[in-house]
Design a protein around this ligand. Structure first.
Ligand SMILES: O=P(O)(O)OC[C@H]1O[C@](O)(CO)[C@@H](O)[C@@H]1O
Length: 545
């Protein structure tokens, strides 16, 4: 890390931004027919088009200079080679080892690949047993339904990927329970048969209160229907805390481990992916790993400005730290990527929602943006109004597959794609006052009426978006897409100079919830708490009578 080079690069970026405040995307496209080819990048069928972002060659050069100053390439190498880059937890960060097929990966001098392969093999055998019906419940019936109980990283990845890969789903039905709200497990269990239901308790720490509470409820549900002795046949677990799993009573052969060098939000490639594997089969799961590995190889070796995660990260940093845009919207034009925005929220916001640098000093710039989104075209009929005409500029990331999985519904897919492209074009081009007036006149309005209505129909345009386009949402391309976003988060964290791999910000609320439980239960009074919390506790109690 060269601090003075970094500060110089940031100052140059700020100056560049000031000097280009009137950068106009329309003019940029009009003045340069090559803009798309100069500001887009391909990796096989995967295309990143960032030409509709307000960047030029100089912007990228300056951003790359900042990345060099923070030692991005060295930091990347440190991650891949198993250095303990998660300094506040003294851990290596090696989710890339989980999809590595290219030889040893050392943690503290020890190759972890044999362990990774052993767990994958054990998961595959178990998944095949469940899928084929060879593994049965206590009453001898095969499993028709699998319920994964986990939260955060032990839920969001599998939920997202199971839905994304629905066309490949040929295993039993999958259900996910995460919320401590009893409604979640109650609604899930309704209609399930304990004889044919398998539970996977997924928790890295095996202490998370939501997961442990839901697992306890599930265990009681099985025991009540089939007797205590039946429980073992209906449970499996995924965790790094094997001792705690044993204490819960899940038998050793049904426990799939992973390691402290796999962060929760980076864990779907590990045994946390077991429900995905049960849904789509070990082969498709391996294809997903292969897609991620392809992106790892590209990230590790491609030159800075031909490197997709690096470019995505540089542009994200530009929008957030230099332009000051507070959020970014991720809009997959793919109904099966419904849960991708929620998944990316954890990946990005739990990683980069930090306020101190690696040295513990307050950061000097805004860090991770608010990440949000919904699939298109639905979002168009909800929040796109604000994207087009609201007062904030929100960069949009469009995600689109060239083909759907429903050849008979090709027309749907063409409409979907046309809408996706139309939205990014509309954000960029906008509509001027004159164009709005002309349109109204053409509809027969007189000059006065046109003048009154036109301002409401003006789109400022010049709003940034990028588009990620690939052939098809299959296991390989899903793995590649997720790894692209993982590495993008890494690049932005390096530029922010923060630790992307801890999450201390989730702890305080957990501690206070533990403290408040006896108060809410009425076993302790609220003395000493602030008047709002005490007032809420009192009102809660009054409503319950
Ligand atoms: O897998 P566990 O240990 O139950 O944790 C679940 C989630 O909780 C968090 O620690 C946040 O509360 C996440 O980082 C993690 O993915």
């Amino acid at each position: 890390m060269d601090m003075s080079a970094y500060e110089t690069a940031l100052a140059a970026l700020e100056r560049h931004r000031q000097e280009n405040r009137d950068f106009d995307l329309r003019a940029a496209f009009a003045g340069d027919p090559q803009r798309f080819s100069r500001f887009s990048l391909r990796l096989d069928d995967l295309l990143l088009d960032y030409s509709k972002c307000a960047v030029g060659e100089e912007t990228l050069r300056l951003l790359a200079r900042a990345a060099e100053a923070v030692g991005l390439a060295e930091q990347r190498e440190a991650m891949f080679s198993g250095a303990r880059i998660n300094t506040t937890e003294n851990r290596a960060v090696l989710h890339t080892a989980l999809r590595n097929s290219a030889g040893p990966v050392l943690v503290d001098g020890r190759d972890v690949m044999a362990d990774v392969e052993a767990v994958l093999a054990a998961m595959s055998a178990f998944a095949e047993g469940v899928r084929s019906g060879a593994l049965k419940g206590a009453t001898g019936k095969p499993f028709t339904d699998v319920v994964n109980i986990g939260i955060g990283g032990s839920d969001l990845g599998p939920v997202m990927a199971t839905l994304a890969l629905a066309p490949y789903h040929d295993g039993p039905r999958l259900h996910y329970v995460s919320n401590i709200d009893g409604a979640h497990i109650a609604d899930t269990l309704k209609g399930l048969d304990p004889q044919t239901t398998l539970f996977i308790v997924a928790s890295k720490t095996f202490t998370t209160v939501e997961t442990m509470t839901n697992a306890g409820t599930a265990r009681a549900w099985v025991a009540q229907a089939l007797g205590q002795d039946a429980v073992g046949a209906h449970f499996a677990a995924v965790s790094t805390a094997l001792d705690k799993v044993a204490a819960f009573g899940i038998e050793q052969a049904r426990v799939f481990g992973f390691w402290d060098w796999v962060g929760g939000r980076y864990s779907l490639w590990s045994a946390i992916g077991l429900p995905i594997m049960i849904a789509v089969g070990p082969q498709n799961f391996r294809r997903m790993l292969a897609g991620a590995e392809a992106m790892d190889r590209h990230f590790r070796s491609a030159p800075m400005l031909e490197n997709m995660p690096v470019l995505l990260g540089l542009i994200g940093f530009w929008h957030r730290a230099i332009c000051g845009y507070p959020s970014r919207a991720v809009i997959p034009y793919d109904q099966r990527l419904l849960r991708l925005p929620a998944y990316l929220q954890q990946l990005d916001m739990e990683s980069n929602g930090k306020r101190v640098t690696l040295d513990g000093e307050p950061v000097s710039m805004p860090t991770g943006p608010l990440v949000w989104g919904e699939p298109g075209t639905n979002g168009q009929h909800a929040f796109f109004q604000l994207l087009h005409q609201g007062t904030d500029i929100i960069p949009v990331e469009f995600i689109l597959a060239a083909e759907g999985h429903e050849p008979a519904l090709r027309h749907h897919h063409e409409l979907l794609a046309a809408n996706c492209l139309a939205q990014s074009e509309a954000l960029m081009k906008g509509r001027t006052l004159e164009e709005a007036k002309a349109q109204l006149r053409a509809r027969g309005l007189d000059e006065l009426q046109a003048a009154a209505l036109a301002p409401h129909r003006v789109f400022p345009g010049n709003r940034p978006s990028l588009t990620i386009l690939y052939r098809r949402l299959d296991p390989f391309s899903l793995g590649r897409l997720i790894a692209l976003y993982e590495h993008r988060v890494f690049v932005e964290a390096a530029l922010f100079r923060i630790n992307a791999f801890d999450q201390w910000g989730v702890e305080l609320g957990k501690e206070l919830a533990t403290e408040l439980l006896p108060v809410v239960e009425g076993k302790k009074d609220a003395a000493g708490r602030d008047s709002s919390t005490a007032g809420l506790v009192a009102h809660l109690a009054a409503l319950r009578g």
